[in-house]
Design a binder for this molecule. Structure first.
Ligand SMILES: Cc1cc2nc3c(=O)[nH]c(=O)nc-3n(C[C@H](O)[C@H](O)[C@H](O)COP(=O)(O)OP(=O)(O)OC[C@H]3O[C@@H](n4cnc5c(N)ncnc54)[C@H](O)[C@@H]3O)c2cc1C
Length: 811
């Protein structure tokens, strides 16, 4: 066994084998995989091993396409072929028009990744799968490339090719401890000796938290028991003369594929069960849980009704094994929060289909710092600080119960709520708030007109449309108040804070005390990494001169890690998170100044406190820090208040606002208003796939200011010209917004992809942002938006169609 290597991958299931293989593909040959037993002896060996192309975002579709192409190549390898049923096809069923509309959107989205799904009617479903009845079926989504693979052969093939490229695999070598050294390198302690390395990867399946604990980390991953059975031969299959397509059924929660001349049917029962919550028997190896078909009877009935032939078919064998779920159902693939040189590929609930792609993206992240796609949907840093075992289990159960039911826009499922609240949460609830969840925080979406107001889930504009319109109108004409909780806030102190930030941002961000600036952070490839406001607080009785770095609520761990990693050894810079200590009250609208002046001492005139100022004060008797910044496009104040004083500040503002028509508003009104202003959202419009010039942020880049992270790469990209350009579009439809991921077409060509869309209530336009081919980025260019299967005209318009001169913000 080697005593020193570049990277150690722990775990020899699909996640570990794929990561090892792809590390070699990215050019690292000095890499090792350690497995406590034999390869595939965790979950992988007994997987139903279906390989599908469906995903609800482009990253998932892209990584699954990679799996499919890789598996096909491996299957056809002359020296080491493996069994892969490629392209049996598959149907995701639907019995409501809303589901069908969702499938049409996902087909539009997948088109941009070069993947073609068809949405077919019930009759066509039955033609393609002769065993099914069309009762209670409207149709489904057809994925032509669905298939299944031999999971053990797949992992052996990946290990074989990795070994040929220089990697080593140590079987029967349990990892017992992990030590990180001062220089960020690791020692992996195993039962057969130690291995020093630069990087470690946790790919330990359901034992993820045993290995996580070795580095002091708890991952939000829980295991569920999951069963399928295999049937005897079915005459209808033999008679059909072709392989049966796969089925995914959100109506009765089962899946199905052909196995020999019978079927393999797996169940997602409502009466489901977590597994291993109190520890896992060390001898649970190549093992299964006891069969329990009683538990799946509800689902079984649905499968029997859909495929009557099952009633006359015997069961050959039953498999019940642990399957991992994360707190939001999507895997955790990427850097481990708070750690250096430590990565994971865990929480895989469809690891055979996705595993090829996960290993591919993870290897790119480890070797190059970033993958070819923005991988935020997989990033382990996307949850911050609220992910204990109990909450994870509740969300895992909910996800398991809804396995094939995709999330609709504005759908916020109830399990595990509330997780993060402020003193105002019950107050907002009493005001009639509908809440959305942002990084665990309960955030007001809008104020319901009646307690029993529940819009139908839909890809169209929903019944809340007029409610949002009214909230926007009051902000535009009077003044609105919104609570923005969970906003990421890092206090930066130390003599080198400005030079440090200068290196982190690609533009010049103000250093003047009492002023606020907006800036963008790039990665080493010159692509958009982050967006933040920088507020320079003068010295006061509340503290020394310091910077408040503010960014999206979801970026809490991401930004903290990125900033921490770049503080030089000799730099005087300290970071302290204030995210959980402070909450923002946003006061916005033409009468915002009157309201603030009525409850906070001082001169708040545009001359004394112009746009982009920051000042400490009291709102009523609540200590507050006020910033003149706006995401709504109206005059606005962000009032940062310690949580202990939040209710007091709220009461003071409500009282002062009475005579000015102050009303509450929520996140959906903000979404509409920011679209009218050309303001961008991190990880919707601001992603690592584009640089700041492509994203239309030229004015925030100062190439001549000296060195900053990403500068060299950006200069190189600039000389090559943009691949795409971000534009604002007017959509010629009034029934539905453009959804993120939707394709823009010219004829059969995909020419762009939507990143955000919403109705602009003040301009009366259906607006979208999209990255499009550069030659289509000029105002007046037209293209066709594939809006849930319907082609509608999309026209490029000027950015910031509402108040382009920013006069209202300046007040
Ligand atoms: C019944 C069932 C059906 C399924 N059907 C499908 C399907 O149709 N399609 C699909 O895509 N997915 C399916 N899945 C899910 C899929 O099988 C899993 O997502 C995948 O196998 C997980 O692989 P993994 O590598 O993450 O974990 P595992 O396969 O569990 O591998 C983890 C490895 O880490 C090793 N390990 C743990 N601790 C240590 C340690 N301390 N030191 C060294 N090694 C260690 C373990 O021994 C194990 O080999 C199914 C799952 C189940 C249970």
């Amino acid at each position: 066994m080697k005593s020193r290597t570049k990277a150690v991958v722990i775990g020899g299931g699909i996640a570990g084998c794929s990561t090892l293989y792809h590390l070699t593909q990215e050019g690292w040959s000095d890499v090792v995989l350690v497995e406590r037993n034999e390869l595939t002896s965790g979950t992988t060996w007994h997987s139903a091993a279906q390989v599908t192309n469906f995903g609800t975002n482009q990253t998932m579709v892209g990584l699954k396409s990679h799996s499919i192409n890789l598996y096909k190549k491996l299957a056809e390898h002359p020296e080491y072929p493996i069994n892969y049923h490629h392209g049996d096809g598959g149907i995701r069923m639907a019995n409501t028009e809303a589901q069908m509309q969702g499938y049409r959107h996902f087909a539009s989205m997948a088109r941009g990744m070069g993947v073609h799904f068809d949405v077919i009617d019930a009759k066509e479903c039955a033609r393609r799968h002769p065993l099914i009845s069309t009762d209670n079926l409207i149709g489904g989504l057809w994925d032509p490339l669905d298939g299944d693979i031999d999971p053990a052969q797949l992992c052996q093939a990946l290990a074989y090719h990795a070994r040929r490229a220089g990697a080593e695999v140590y079987r029967n070598t349990p990892v017992t401890a992990l030590t990180q050294h001062k220089d960020d390198t690791w020692t992996v302690h195993t039962e057969h000796g130690d291995i020093d390395c630069d990087f470690v990867v946790n790919a330990c399946g359901y034992r993820v938290n045993e290995v996580g604990a070795m580095m002091g980390v708890h991952h939000p991953v829980a295991s569920m028991e999951h069963q399928y059975f295999l049937t005897e031969d079915i005459p209808g299959i033999i008679e059909a003369g072709h392989r049966m397509p796969l089925i995914r059924c959100p109506i009765s929660d089962y899946y199905c594929r052909q196995e020999k001349n019978g079927l393999l049917i797996g169940f997602y029962e409502q009466d489901c069960k977590t597994w291993g919550m109190d520890g896992i028997d060390p001898n649970f190896v190549n093992a299964l849980c006891p069969d329990d078909l009683e538990r799946v009877m509800d689902v079984l009935e649905g499968a029997f009704a859909r495929m009557p032939a099952l009633r006359e078919t015997g069961i050959r064998s039953i498999v019940n094994g642990p399957i991992t779920y994360t707190i939001d159902g999507a895997p955790l693939v990427g850097p481990i929060p708070g750690k250096r040189n430590a990565f994971c590929a865990i929480g895989l609930r469809a690891g055979l289909g996705e595993g090829g792609g996960h290993g591919w993206l993870l290897a790119q992240i480890i070797v190059h710092g970033e993958a070819c796609y923005d991988t935020w949907c997989l990033d382990p840093r996307r949850f911050a600080g609220h992910t204990n075992a109990e909450l994870t289990a509740l969300k895992a159960i909910e996800d398991y119960q809804n396995e094939f039911r995709f999330h609709f826009p504005h759908e916020h499922r109830p399990a595990g709520r509330p997780a993060k609240t402020t003193p105002l949460t019950p107050v907002m609830a009493a005001e009639g708030a509908e809440f959305t969840v942002v990084n665990g925080w309960e955030r007001v979406d809008y104020i319901k007109p009646a307690p029993d107001f529940h819009p139908l889930l839909s890809f169209n504009f929903d019944e809340a449309f007029d409610v949002i319109a009214a909230e926007v109108k009051n902000v535009q004409e009077n003044v609105g108040l919104a609570e923005v909780n969970g906003f990421n806030r890092i206090e930066i102190t130390g003599a080198d804070r400005h030079s440090f930030l200068d290196r982190m941002f690609c533009g010049t961000v103000t250093k003047r005390a009492g002023r606020v600036g907006l800036g963008y952070l790039l990665n080493h490839n010159g692509m958009i990494k982050g967006e933040a406001t920088v507020a320079n607080l003068p010295a006061s009785d509340r503290g020394p001169e310091r910077v408040w770095y503010g960014s999206a609520a979801t970026s809490e761990f991401h930004d903290m890690d990125w900033l921490t990693q770049h503080i030089g050894a000799d730099e005087d810079v300290q970071l302290r998170s204030l995210t959980n200590d402070l909450t923002i009250l946003v006061l916005t609208g033409p009468r915002a100044r009157d309201v603030l002046s009525a409850c906070a001492r001082g001169d708040w005139s545009a001359t004394a406190f112009p746009w982009l100022s920051v000042r400490e004060c009291f709102v009523g008797f609540a200590p507050a820090t006020v910033m003149g910044v706006s995401f709504s496009g109206e005059l606005a104040y962000e009032i940062h208040v310690p949580n202990a004083s939040l209710y007091a500040a709220y009461l003071a503002l409500r009282k002062a606002g009475e005579e000015h028509g102050l009303k509450l508003f929520g996140a959906r009104a903000v979404e509409s208003m920011r679209m009218e202003k050309g303001f961008l959202h991190w990880k919707a419009d601001l992603i690592t796939e584009f640089d700041p010039f492509e994203t239309g942020l030229d004015r925030f880049v100062k190439l001549d200011k000296g060195d900053f992270i990403g500068r060299d790469a950006l200069l190189k990209r600039q000389s090559q010209g943009p691949c795409k350009k971000l534009v604002t579009l007017e959509i010629a439809a009034s029934h539905a917004p453009a959804h993120g991921g939707a394709s823009l077409m010219q004829g059969e060509m995909v020419v762009g992809t939507v990143t955000s869309g919403d109705w602009g209530h003040r301009v009366g336009m259906n607006l979208a942002y999209a990255f499009v081919e550069p030659q289509l980025a000029d105002e007046g260019s037209t293209m066709q938006l594939d809006l849930c299967g319907e082609l509608v005209t999309a026209t490029v318009i000027a950015t910031s169609p509402y108040d382009p001169g920013f006069d209202r913000i300046r007040g």
